[in-house]
Design a protein around this ligand. Structure first.
Ligand code: UD1
Ligand code: CA
Length: 462
């Protein structure tokens, strides 16, 4: 039986108070609708139809052609929303999973279980439900004497008795595709909100003596839907805990989970330790046996094994194995750091390759540069890459030694094994195996210090 799905994403999301479409607000770095779509792809949905409406173009440009779209011009209710998919899906044989785009915490395991129950029981529809201490606001699951589901009643249409029911409709369902569209044709808007309720198909199918099942979520958090920014933060926290626990189970040590932030797409190898304040985002991939933190931010970066990154910021870069970064280093986009490299305190690297075994230990700026192997860059070295109009390249060949406080005015090449004397300001290329010195010769006036001091002290301003 083919698995189809319909994602409801046409709502306005006004309570977010945002210019950004509600469903594009990220949860642990990934837009909430992205989480839902990824879960659907993970359970092998043959077709995913997304119902878009208000500012749907934003959703379309994020999801691209990974899914199909139908547009619901007016938000007349969830039943009306699903009906928009009719032209695309009505002839399909199979099971249709209907899911809300604003529930990023749902897991592939639970959906697989829901589908299993649906198939094993031969039900026409199976509802994913949850037991909540406070069910207020949700549609309630009404079960008959034999515990079979008979219908769903919306909060606003509840009797006092129904109001007490703790089992709620999560808004996710598995429905026989043909029966879904046949039942939807009969849904009306005769209710408190004058909306076409998708939930009414349950009562309709029941009256046709179809079997309805309910599958209760083991972890009711998975049904959490986001409507405002308070709920956004709550979802973020639940997902963050989940992500960290997954890494811990895979062999990553997290010293202080409350103060550690790892986004959804990040991978981390075994025996890596995350210290407090580590924040690893986007498509970052961290190898094994690394130490990250305390207080380090790593964005969209690939890191090898046995790397330490301490109190540093690393953005869109790559760092190979056995390299130490920080404390207080800033690796800006395009930094490619080799193996056994040291990037020390207050060093900034940008768009530069630093090859194996090189050292930049303190207070340097290396930008738009190509640094070879075994190079030593002393304290306070600056690659002067910008003339106010254009960026220029600095090339430093293998084994070179750049003395402290040298300025390398680019474009410039320092040859293999060369030695740049401390304090030099170089404007010309240096051949291999050469010594370059470019600074004024020192003069020392013996016994003159006191004289000079007095002269300065007694100087008047007029
Ligand atoms: C719905 C269910 C309720 C369930 C709850 C779970 C109905 C009638 N009720 O209620 O039983 O407990 O979800 O969260 O279905 N949408 C559209 N077009 C519309 C209306 C809604 O695409 O015309 C989308 C929304 O963007 C949202 C989803 O459908 O993603 C649910 O809509 P919402 O209005 O939030 O439904 P609830 O009233 O919460
Ligand atoms: Ca809702």
């Amino acid at each position: 039986m083919e698995l189809l799905s319909i994602v409801l994403a046409a709502g306005k999301g006004t309570r977010m108070k945002s210019k950004l479409h509600k469903l594009l607000h990220p949860v642990c770095g990934k837009p909430m609708v992205g989480h839902v779509i990824d879960v659907l792809k993970g359970i092998d949905c043959k077709r995913i139809v997304t119902v878009i409406g208000h500012e749907g173009e934003a959703i379309r440009s994020y999801l691209g052609d990974e899914v199909e779209y139908v547009v619901q011009e007016k938000q007349l209710g969830t039943g009306h929303a699903v009906l928009q998919a009719k032209s695309l899906l009505e002839n399909e044989e199979g099971v249709t999973l209907i899911i809300n785009g604003d529930g990023p915490l749902i897991t592939a395991e639970s959906l697989t279980k829901l589908i299993e129950v649906h198939k094993d029981t031969n039900a026409a529809a199976t509802i994913l439900t949850a037991e909540l201490d406070n069910p207020h606001g949700y549609g309630r699951i009404v079960r008959g004497d034999n515990q079979y589901v008979t219908r769903i009643v919306e909060q606003k249409d509840c009797s006092t008795e129904e109001n007490e029911i703790k089992e709620i409709n999560t808004g996710t369902y598995c429905v026989n595709n043909k029966k879904l569209f046949q039942a939807l044709n009969q849904v009306t808007n005769h209710n408190a909100q004058e909306e076409y309720y998708l939930t009414d198909i349950i009562g309709i199918l029941k009256q046709q003596n179809e079997k309805i099942e309910g599958y209760v979520l083991k972890d009711s958090n998975e049904s959490f839907g986001i409507n405002d920014r308070v709920q956004l933060a709550q979802a973020e926290k639940i997902m963050r805990d989940r992500i960290l626990q997954q890494h811990m189970r895979n062999g990553v040590t997290v010293i202080d989970p409350v103060n550690t932030y790892v986004e959804a797409e990040v991978t981390i190898g075994m025996d890596t330790t995350l210290l407090p304040g580590a924040r690893i985002t986007a498509n970052s991939h961290i190898g094994s046996s690394c130490i990250i933190g305390p207080n380090s931010e790593i964005q969209n970066t690939t890191v090898g094994d046995y790397v330490t990154i301490k109190q540093s910021v690393v953005v869109e870069s790559s760092i190979e194995s056995h390299t130490n970064i920080g404390p207080f280093a800033y690796l800006r986009p395009g930094s490619k750091i080799g193996e056994h490299v040291k990037i020390g305190d207050f060093v900034e690297i940008k768009n530069a390759t630093i090859d194996h075994h090189s050292k930049i230990s303190h207070l340097s700026y290396v930008g738009d540069a190509k640094v070879g192997k075994n190079v030593n860059i002393g304290c306070g070295v600056v690659t002067v890459n910008y003339d106010g109009y254009r960026k220029h390249i600095t090339e430093i060949a293998d084994e070179a030694f750049i003395g402290s406080n040298a300025n390398l005015i680019a474009p410039i090449k320092i040859g293999r094994g060369s030695y740049v004397v401390a304090g030099s300001t170089l404007t010309e290329d240096v051949d291999e195996d050469s010594v370059a010195i470019a600074r004024v010769k020192q003069t020392t006036k013996k016994g003159y210090a006191n004289k000079l001091k007095n002269r300065i002290k007694n100087k008047t301003n007029n």
